[in-house]
Each structure stands twice: as C-alpha cells, then as structure tokens.
Design a protein around this ligand. Structure first.
Ligand SMILES: C=CC1=C(C)c2cc3[nH]c(cc4nc(cc5[nH]c(cc1n2)c(C)c5CCC(=O)O)C(CCC(=O)O)=C4C)c(C)c3C=C
Ligand SMILES: [Fe+2]
Ligand SMILES: [Fe+2]
Length: 332
C-alpha cells in the first residue's frame, strides 16, 4: 500500500517537510553569539574532544574571547529581518510551501530556535502523521547532517521521520547552481578563474570515513560538467578553518593569495556547500577574502551568492522532497 505524497487541497496535510539549517545568533551581540556558539561547539558531533578537557577550554577561553569578536562580524552583515542565515532559510521554507500546497512545510535550526524538537511536536499537533526532514547541506557530514539526524532521533515526538542524507549530485540542484553562475556571468562578465569554496572539516574526520570531501568533489565534477569547464578554468578549496588541527585543504584564503600573487586579476567565487548566505559567505568570502585578494595584487573578487530563496532552488528542493516522499511511501 502506498500513500499519496500530497493531501487533497483544503485538507489538513498529514505529510510534512521540515527544512533544517545550522542555526545562527538571535542578535549581533556578544551574549547572543556566546549562547549560539556554546550550543554549537558543545555538540560532540562537531567537536570530539572529551568533555573534561573541552568544557573548560570552551567556556573559559574560546567563548569569552571569540564571542565579542564574532558579534562585530555579524553586525556587518545583519539584515532587517535578522541574521542572513535565518532570513534566507525562512524565505526558502515559504517558497517551498508555495510549491507543495498539500504538504505542511516548516523550518528548524539544529542550534537555537526554532528547535527541531519543538517543530516536530508542533507539526504532530497540527495533524502531521509523517515528516520528511531535509537538512540544508547538499553534502553529507557527520558534523552537520549527522547531528541533525541524531536530534530528530532523540526528539520525543512519535512522528515517523525520514532524513534526506545528501543531494550533492542531485540533477535539479546542480542545474540550479550552474544556472546561478551562468546568470552571474551574463550580468557581470566572467572572471579568469572560478573558485568553488566549501566549508572545511578536520582532516581526521575525513580519514575516519566522513564522506564529506568526496561529496564536495562530486558536486564540483557535476558543476564543471554542467558549465562545460576545462580543468584550467576552476579551482576547489575549503574555507573557515577552526582550531589548530589539520583541516581539509587547499585553504580558500591561501589559494586566493597565491593566485593574486601569481598574476590573476579577476576571480569569481561560489560556495555550493551553503544553501543560504551566512557569516561564512558574506563576511568571510565577500568581505575578508575580497580584501585579501586585492591586497595580494588582484583587482576584483566577484562573490556569486548562494541559491537562498531563488525560484530554481525552491523548485529543485520541492522535486527532491516529492521524490523522497514517494520512495518512502513505496518502501513502507
Ligand atoms: C569544529 C568546528 C566546526 C566544524 C567541524 C564545522 C563544520 C561545518 N560548518 C558548516 C556550516 C556553517 N558553519 C558556520 C559557522 C561556524 N562554523 C564553526 C565551526 C565549525 N564548523 C564556527 C565556530 C562558526 C561560527 C562563526 C565563527 O565563530 O567563526 C556557518 C554560518 C552560521 C551563521 O550564523 O551565519 C555555516 C552555515 C558546514 C557545512 C560544516 C561541515 C561540513
Ligand atoms: Fe561551520
Ligand atoms: Fe569563518
């Protein structure tokens, strides 16, 4: 027996789709950033150092020093409706809801509000009988999708849930990202090189089997194919290193410096690991790294925005959700 993926118009949806993103501070203040980073960096899926060593370091040194500094960065990118990550995630959920009228679409954050557990209970109370959880990370990592799946598992709501593992090579998503790059080139011209920058990860996790790096490489291969790029046209790097251990490389900032010093004048940067623009794209890439590139002799770094709530993004995720729901129905 299979259940239809959508309810008839007007009926209370018995199927829900929950978009989940990382989370972000509620205000660009040291106190709010401290609360957010405390929950984020206290998650054992993100930092695997034993609590007896990590807790004193996190609460005694890292949070007091980092929070005021990072709050200033958030203040530079803050939008009228809040942190960019929150604003874009909310709007994307709205765009998805418009495409899935027979399904209840909502969003949650892994850290902070709206919490996954709260949203699952609300959806159950509103009549949902099953929920498809769609973490907004195209590439799987235990530190992102893995911890979302664990939070869904822990949630006390008795709602049956299925978590989308990844969509690193989903044709609809690849086409949407490729189109956004083409549109940027049509409007602003094309740089001498296209740099794909992904959020980094400790090398140790990749060595232990986290498929993240392989999936980032697969995304780049598909995007290069869709854009008909030759190997000399593009480069792939990892950004946002945190802490002292070795992270995936090459590093975005070091690569940009080397390219500028080597005579490259204009570069385009796109971040296909981020569904929504956030601190790591708007401040780190479009501000910090843009300045670094020019100081090293480059002339222009063009940052190509994330898909955010673009119609093509919502179309791709809606199609993905419907396909996952149909597969779920067929297997139950
Ligand atoms: C050990 C630390 C970290 C790991 C592992 C990590 C993995 C990881 N993160 C993202 C996506 C995002 N990270 C963002 C911010 C951010 N990330 C870390 C640390 C780790 N991330 C920190 C400390 C921060 C906060 C900023 C800072 O203090 O420098 C964000 C942006 C959030 C926002 O509010 O805008 C995103 C998105 C992925 C995809 C990932 C693993 C693949
Ligand atoms: Fe991160
Ligand atoms: Fe950063």
């Amino acid at each position: 027996m299979t259940t239809p993926a959508t309810a008839p118009a007007g009926a209370t949806p018995d199927t829900a789709v929950l978009l989940v993103n990382l989370g972000t501070p509620e205000a660009p203040t040291a106190a709010a950033v401290k609360r957010y980073l405390g929950e984020f960096l206290g998650d054992p899926y993100v930092v695997q150092i034993p609590r007896v060593f990590w807790w004193p370091l996190l609460h005694g040194v890292i949070l007091p020093l980092r929070s005021p500094r990072v709050a200033k960065k958030y203040a530079e990118i803050w939008m009228e409706g809040g942190s960019p990550l929150a604003v874009h995630t909310r709007r994307l959920a709205g765009a998805l809801q418009a495409r899935l009228p027979g399904i209840a679409v909502d969003h949650a954050m892994r850290y902070g509000a709206p919490a996954i557990d709260t949203r699952l209970r609300e959806l159950a109370a509103a009549g949902a009988r099953r929920v498809l959880v769609l973490p907004l990370y195209p590439q799987y990592s235990s530190t992102t999708t893995g911890t979302v799946a664990a939070a869904v598992e822990r949630s006390s709501g008795a709602l049956p849930a299925r978590v989308v593992h990844d969509y690193a090579t989903d044709p609809g998503w690849v086409a949407a990202v490729a189109d956004s790059i083409r549109t940027h080139w049509d409007r602003h011209g094309r740089g001498e090189r296209l740099l794909f920058s992904f959020h980094g990860l400790p090398q140790r996790l990749v060595d232990a089997g986290d498929p993240y790096a392989a999936q980032c490489e697969a995304s780049v291969a598909e995007l290069a194919r869709a854009l008909d790029l030759a190997p000399a046209d593009y480069v792939m790097t990892y950004q946002s290193r945190f802490g002292r251990e070795r992270w995936l490389g090459p590093a975005t900032d070091e690569t940009l410096r080397a390219l500028a010093e080597g005579g490259l004048r204009r570069i385009d940067v796109v971040c296909p690991g981020f569904a929504a623009d956030c601190l790591e794209t708007l401040e780190e890439i479009a501000m910090q790294n843009e300045e670094l590139f020019r100081e090293a002799g480059g002339q222009a770094l063009h940052y190509i925005p994330c898909l955010n709530d673009a119609p093509a993004h919502a179309d791709a995720l809606a199609a993905l959700a419907l396909r996952e729901l149909a597969e779920w129905s067929a297997s139950s």
